[in-house]
Write a protein that binds this ligand. Structure first.
Ligand code: AMP
Length: 283
């Protein structure tokens, strides 16, 4: 049984559960208890606060974990980084009151900065020779300048709307972040095998993301030109229809590519174009 630590609530929780569900790993979420075994797969989920996840994986309390890079770096990168998962993207940034004139990092010299990420920030400022006073708070960092607790903040930014509503502006990105799959450095062979199966399933789901299965009918005389537009995974599948002048063409394409070529396909006489979602792709 592989014990995987995930965030107990919040953005990362939602997106992680969605990925695991698509990977066929389902738990009974009705029972909101700390440790829940998955149905039909040798994994149990351990629900923790995100800032506890890197250490619990490094200490072997959990065998693996899914957590934001922000927490992984803040806690000293002790666990093994197995895979960047590409979701829950955000950045750790410095932000200051919006009316301040900002010319560069020297603005922060001698200033008080509120943050929940003192390790990342102090290293960043030290490397650049800036001395500032860090004020560590664990939540609602963005309100600190407004209530006179600090001159600036260093916090997670995603859309930036939290900064705007607190009359702040982002002046320096320090660390881009995304969800990571972590694991202990040494797992038993059985656990390593389950981790590899989990990774295989995640990759199969992610490979299919943004891709569509396209089916269309192509007139015989334009078949070469149409298949040239649809490269597919290896090459498109081409099957003759009962009417010998037409062929069915099937291929895999990204959403973006599809909208770029649909006009050309129609101009070449393609008909009956169907675009279907793909759940998983296994190479
Ligand atoms: P936003 O208003 O979209 O810039 O979001 C800012 C707030 O949302 C931050 O203060 C964080 O608390 C939270 N947040 C945004 N993205 C993430 C993420 N990927 N992981 C954890 N918290 C996040």
């Amino acid at each position: 049984m592989l014990r995987v630590a995930i965030q107990s609530k919040g953005r990362l929780y939602e997106e992680t559960m969605c990925l695991l569900r698509e990977a066929g790993i389902k738990v009974n979420e009705g029972k909101r208890i700390l440790l829940i075994p998955a149905d039909g797969f040798p994994i149990e989920l351990l629900f923790l606060r995100d800032d506890d996840i890197p250490q619990s994986v490094a200490d072997g309390i959990a065998d693996a974990g899914i957590v934001g890079e922000n927490e992984y770096v803040e806690k000293g990168r002790k666990a093994r980084l197995v895979k960047r998962l590409g979701f829950s993207r955000c950045r750790l940034s410095l932000a200051i009151p919006k009316n301040e004139d900002y010319q560069g990092l020297s603005w922060f010299e001698g200033k008080k900065i509120a943050t929940s990420y003192p390790v990342i920030l102090s290293e960043y400022l030290r490397e650049r020779g800036v001395r500032a006073d860090l004020h560590v708070i664990s939540g609602s960092v963005e309100i600190a300048p407004g209530i006179g607790l600090a001159d600036a903040i260093f916090d997670i930014v995603s859309s930036g709307s939290t900064l705007v509503s607190n009359r702040l502006k982002e002046v320096q990105t320090v660390l881009p972040s995304e969800a990571l799959l972590l694991a202990g450095h040494v797992l038993t062979p059985d656990k390593e095998a389950v981790l590899n199966e989990l990774l295989f399933r995640i990759e199969s789901v992610q490979r299919a993301q943004g891709k569509k299965y396209v089916l269309l009918n192509a007139p015989k005389e334009k078949l070469t030109e149409i298949t040239r537009l649809l490269p597919g995974v290896k090459s498109p599948t081409v099957t003759p229809l009962a009417d010998g002048n037409w062929f069915s063409v099937q291929s895999v394409i990204t959403d973006k590519e599809f909208w770029a070529i649909v006009g050309q396909l129609k101009k070449l006489g393609a008909e009956g174009i169907l675009v279907l979602p793909i759940e998983k792709m296994i190479p």
